[in-house]
Design a protein around this ligand. Structure first.
Ligand code: UD1
Length: 418
């Protein structure tokens, strides 16, 4: 158990290179099991969710080595097609292994991932799509059992552009017989990264980044090397930290094209930003303006994952901001904690009304989920005095050494191990 102690009121200044993307590395690590070879993955962030994914890979029989931010995964001795409950429960996104395992063994058994802190998170779209590929699925005793003699390409329309379902279809169909087409596919940059990785290992996929993805089944796959894209959500969180303190920061190794929705909102709030090929510069902003309406949407809309850090900005902006969370039903858990710090926020279902206050005051608060925890870091940096955040494990799921990066930016966060 650790606590983050954050000194508020220091302007962030300086430059950092942003970590690799959690949501890209997890499906790519799952994909490594399919090629029975040696894979080298660069720019892997050091995160709790990556460690949990490595545990799953090792359980399945892979040999995994980490050297700093490089992971090697040798899947030549893969032996297991079952993921037990204790591993599945640790991280909901392990459901992504379902497609990779069934594509490799023609069968897979994984425990139901269950609910999680941000909402119910059903997997009906994943299962419906796998059935369309000719995979038989039984749901019994809390486990999902898949089997298929032949996985056959199909035309799959997703009722909602689910990130995980799109990834599971890409994984389960890349060695299918024939062609699979996904319409209304998720368009997130992490899907493009997965396509690039799968193609590097011999798959034939096109269209990722748009809403139609075509997967032509191939016979064999092989090990490969790949560099994970930068984490646009972490980058946006650091921009929020800079903006909340009136600071000026430079983010390197980022792709501004992935961050347009978030950059636009910051500009609407009165921040001045410039971007170059792989760099974003945030200049000091004396006074933040309200966000008339922020609605979370699938990419390229405003991401649900940065709703909470941006709500902290709205909490100290002039005027009243309205947030509508359309993706997950339970993603306002940070509100109670922000209110403890003096924020004026009212929630009714999926709508939050945020009336800006002059200043937040430090308090002892608790991270209740990953991105909500990040919102509290932004709040602590902007508040008077020392804010202590407990349940830091949530933040560690997605932010590599957050205290170190904020330290490079002249902030002061101490991790206290209790
Ligand atoms: C991924 C990201 C997560 C991000 C989310 C939305 C990873 C590891 N996680 O999660 O950080 O917040 O995308 O950008 O990449 N849904 C169904 N049925 C399904 C699947 C999804 O109803 O079978 C619903 C969900 O309940 C939710 C919406 O679709 O309301 C979006 O979920 P989805 O895009 O699947 O998110 P994840 O892949 O779980």
């Amino acid at each position: 158990m650790s606590v983050l102690a954050i000194e508020g009121g220091r302007k962030l200044e300086g430059e950092i290179a942003v970590q690799g993307a959690k949501n890209a590395v997890l499906p790519i690590l799952a994909a490594t099991i399919m090629n029975g070879g040696k894979n080298t993955i660069y720019n892997c962030p050091k995160l709790r969710d990556v460690d949990k994914t490595i545990e799953v890979l090792e359980y399945l029989g892979c040999k995994v080595k980490r050297q700093e931010n490089t992971l090697t995964v040798d899947s030549s001795s893969l032996k297991e097609f079952t993921i037990p409950e204790e591993l599945m429960r640790q991280m909901r996104s392990s459901i992504i292994f379902l497609g990779a395992i069934v594509n490799t063994f023609g069968r897979a058994t994984v425990s139901m991932p269950g609910g999680c802190e941000i909402g119910n998170r059903p997997i009906d779209l994943h299962l419906k799509a796998l059935r369309q590929l000719g995979i038989e699925i039984k749901e019994e005793h809390g486990y999902i059992e898949c089997s298929a003699n032949v996985i056959k390409g199909a035309n799959i329309h997703l009722d909602f552009p689910s990130v995980g379902a799109t990834e599971n279809i890409m994984l389960s169909s890349c060695r299918a017989k024939g062609t699979t087409t996904i319409t209304n596919a998720a368009r997130e940059p992490e899907i493009v990264d997965l396509q690039n990785f799968l193609n590097d290992m011999g798959a034939k996929i096109s269209g990722a980044g748009g809403s139609v993805i075509q997967i032509d089944g191939v016979q064999t796959l092989h090990g490969t090397e790949h560099t994970i894209i930068t984490d646009r959500i972490v980058a946006a969180t650091y921009l929020a930290c800079g903006a909340a303190t009136g600071g000026s920061i430079v983010l390197k190794r980022v792709d501004p094209a992935h961050m347009e929705a978030m950059i636009n909102v910051l500009k609407d709030m009165g921040c001045r930003l410039t971007s170059e090929k792989d760099k974003i510069i945030l200049y000091p902003c004396k006074c933040l303006k309200e966000i008339p309406m922020l609605r979370t949407m699938p990419y390229p809309g405003f991401p649900t994952d940065t709703q909470s850090p941006f709500m902290t900005l709205a909490a100290i902006a002039d005027g009243t901001s309205i947030f509508v969370e359309t993706i997950f039903e339970n993603r306002y858990k940070h509100v109670e904690e922000l209110v403890r710090m003096g924020a004026d926020i009212q929630v009714d279902g999926r709508v939050a009304v945020v009336r800006g206050v002059k200043k937040l005051s430090s308090a002892n608060v608790s991270a209740r989920d990953l991105r909500g925890g990040a919102a509290l870091v932004v709040a602590g940096l902007a508040a008077d005095g020392i804010t202590r955040i407990s349940n830091v494990e949530y933040i560690d799921r997605g932010y590599e050494d957050i205290e170190k990066y904020i330290g490079y930016l002249n902030g002061n966060i101490k991790r206290i191990n209790c």
